[in-house]
Structure formats: C-alpha cells, structure tokens
Design a protein around this ligand. Sequence first.
Ligand SMILES: [Ca+2]
Length: 512
Amino acid sequence: MRFPVLLTLQAIWGSLCHAMQHYQATWGHYDMCKSQVYTDEGLTWDYMACQPEAADMTKFLKVTLDPPNITCGDPPETYCALENPYMCNNECDANTDELAHPPELMFDTEGRNPSTFWQSSSWKWYPKKLLVNITLSWNKTIELTDDIIITFESGRPEQMVLEKSLDYGRSWQPYQFYATDCLEAFTMEAKTVQDITQNTLLDIICTEEYSRGYVWKNDKTVRFEIKDRFALFAGPRLHNMASLYGQLDTTKNLRDFFTVTDLRIRLMRPATGATMVDESNLSRYFYAISDIKVHGRCKCNLHANSCVFDKDKLACECEHNTTGPDCGRCKRSYQGRAWSAGSYLPIPKGTANICIANSIGPVIRQNVSSLGVANRNQDCNCNPFGSDSDRCNDTGFCKCKEGATGPKCHECLPGYLWDNGCKSRVCDNEMLRCQNGGACLNNLRCQCPSGFTGLLCEKAQCENEAGGCSGGPDSGAPSALAHHPALAALLLPLALTLAPVLLGEACWASSV
Ligand SMILES: [Ca+2]
C-alpha cells in the first residue's frame, strides 16, 4: 500500500505546488521572463510574460503645487485649531527648518510622532475659494496596485477631486469626487465603492465617505479604492487574481483605468467643521497633508521584470527583444512581425509575444508607397492558417497571426502549438498542469473532473453559481485543499513553513 499512498501524496504535493503558485500569483507571479527548458531539440529558452514588482511609487515622483506659492510660511503665519479658535499656537515659517512645511513632507517616512506635513496658507482671501492643485508626476506610465491613501493633518477637505492623466499631464480625467454633500458640490449622487459592480467599474463616483469632518477627528484619510475594484474580479480576498489578470488582458479600458502617468489632487474647499465660515478667524481654515501613499509598478507591457530609476527617470529594462520606455515596440532588427504586448493568458505564466528577428535581412524603411506598389500584390505564399493573407503586406512580408512566426508564418512561437494555425498552449505537464485531477488534451484544453471548471480546472464549479460556494469566501481558493480537507489540515502548516524555501526548488524541479 505504500506505493499508492506515496503517489497520492505526490499528487497532492503537485496540487499544493500549484495551489501555492496561484497563491503566490497574487503579485509576484510574472517576475520571470525566460527560463531554460529541455525539449526534444535540446536546451532552449521558454519565454513568458513578466512584469516588475509592485513598489512604493512615491519615491520616484515629482510634486508640483499650483499656485506655486501656496505653501505656508512666507511670510510666517500663525494658525488656529479648527476645533478651538482660541488655540492659535501653530506657527509656520518657511525659513526655519522646525517650523517649515514644504511639500516633501507628504512623502517622507512617517512613524515618528508627531508626523511631518505639508501645509497651505490659510483661507485669508475668503470668500474667494481656497484652491490648491497637487500634481504627482512620474514621467512614466505606471499601473496602480493598491489603494491611494492621502492622510490629512488638518480636517479632511469638504470638497476635493482626485484626477489622473495618461498622457504626462496634457489631459486629465477625474478618478473620484469627494464632498460632504456630493449633490451640492458636484451635482452628483453620493455613492460608495460598494455600489460599484463589474459592469460599472469604470464609472466615476462622488463619495461622502471621506469628507465628514470633525466628529470623526481620528479618521484622517481619504482613499481611492483600488483593491475593492480588483475584488470585483478577483474575489473579496483577491484570491483569484488569475480571473482579474484574464479580464485585464482582454479589456483595454479596464487596463487603462488602473494606469496613470500623473495624479492630481484638487483641493477645493477646506474643512470648516460647520455650515458657516467664521470670518473673524480665517486662520482656522487651511489644508495640511502628512502622507500620500501610491503603490504600483512600471507599465512594461509584460516585457520586463524590472524597472530602474536612473537620472531621475523610471525605465523598464525591456526583454523579449523589445525597447522603449514601456517596451512598447520591437528593437530595430527584431521586426519580423508586428509588436504586441505580452499576455497574462494563458494563466498561470502568460505568453511572452517576443519580437522576432527580421526574416529576410533588416527591415529597410523605404518609401511605403514604392514598396507597396512593388510587393503588395505579389503572392508571398504565406501559410493560409498562420497568416492574415497569402499575399505580402505593405512592407513585403507575410503578416503572421498571433503565435505564428517564420517567413511564411508556418511555425509557432514558444508557448504555441500548430493546429491549423498556432494555438496557444493551454496546458502541459510542467508549469501548466491541469489541476484537481484534470487531464491535458493535446496541450489545448484541460478535461476537468466533475465539480471543477476553469482553464486549468482550478475553480470549484460552485464559484460560478449564484451565491457562490457555500463554504465561505475562501472556498474557491486552493482547490486541492478543498478536495482533501484532512490532508490539507496536516500539510498546510508544513507547506506554509517550507513553501518559500521549497517552492522555487521542488515545484520547479518537478516541472523541468
Ligand atoms: Ca510626512
């Protein structure tokens, strides 16, 4: 009996490896670009999608204030507490280090007490509005991976807009409106992130959640909820990131929604703590921010696993023969087919979509019309399954469909298999193993046992049903555990302890 038991244990370990890999997948999943594998032809490279680690993005930004001289302290000013107009011992003096409140103090390391903060001039021109724009610029496209959190040292503003730019500050779109009264401030109905569904994820809302003043004095934060939005696809505890990645891969609008080059915080009305502004003591009204959190990663189109900060600028370290700040094009001598972004799919390791070497010498950039006339109508004998047309395109080459390569588009890129054209490899016996006892059919599809579904049979079927799995919010997570609860109870603590050490070795070794 020992042999079958061992086999069972090995099978469960295999499933656990996959379960853990999926767990790991939460963020660091695409951090490989290629690995060496043995095939029938010997040692070759296996390319995969990759992206840089998520990081604290406030280390790499430039902050700009508008109006530029809105920071307090020049000339020195004395401020009163909002809750007590007779407590006026807060002094701001730009020329004294201990009393200055420059914008950098929104991004220094907090944790000390008292906190350090930027502060604006007070509302001395009332009733003229006290408007301040704080612009955060990265000079690079970044993808947000966690909530944006702004911590106010003063009361939270009564009106504020968070905006984003995707074109380095040339144009702006609102991300979220914040007000004590959304209807009055922005003629918008008040909503919370909980009102958003998969279908309305791109909707821009106004929320009153983060503007109520003074009673909730300890609540100083204003948030833009990224994770709640992710959760609409990845489940309440983000356990199914594969589903989110799948959505991001196929929906450009969704991808763009979480992508920015700049953020702008438009402060439009400071906290007053009352309906009436006390005109006799305007030193009570100002903005002060102690901390801004922005977590994200460089957007490298899944063609780089690291991003460097050099000469005050972020840049992807492009792989897969791509180049450009976002790895957004093929290198000059690798234009054998059109550039495309790497793909999250097929889960779990994605498809690299590498740029391939020019098939017939270097691409010579001639006048398109002369080339077109010369070659466009020639029959290139392009493979009808692997190419868009059997005729040459404008540059005199066959235009290959996704996954196909070679001068006639008759070969497949790594990760694809020929089947009347190149079909992306869905499963194999290595990293893409079908889970929960599923069988891989011709590398093109997993045949799942009853009760399981998903590309790799990784989901319990009940997840798709109304009300989800009755076993609670986690029941759709690592399915090997659901299948073998007793063993899971025994193995999970061990696996959790050993996983960081063993995952790289054991799972990897078993897959090559
Ligand atoms: Ca600070």
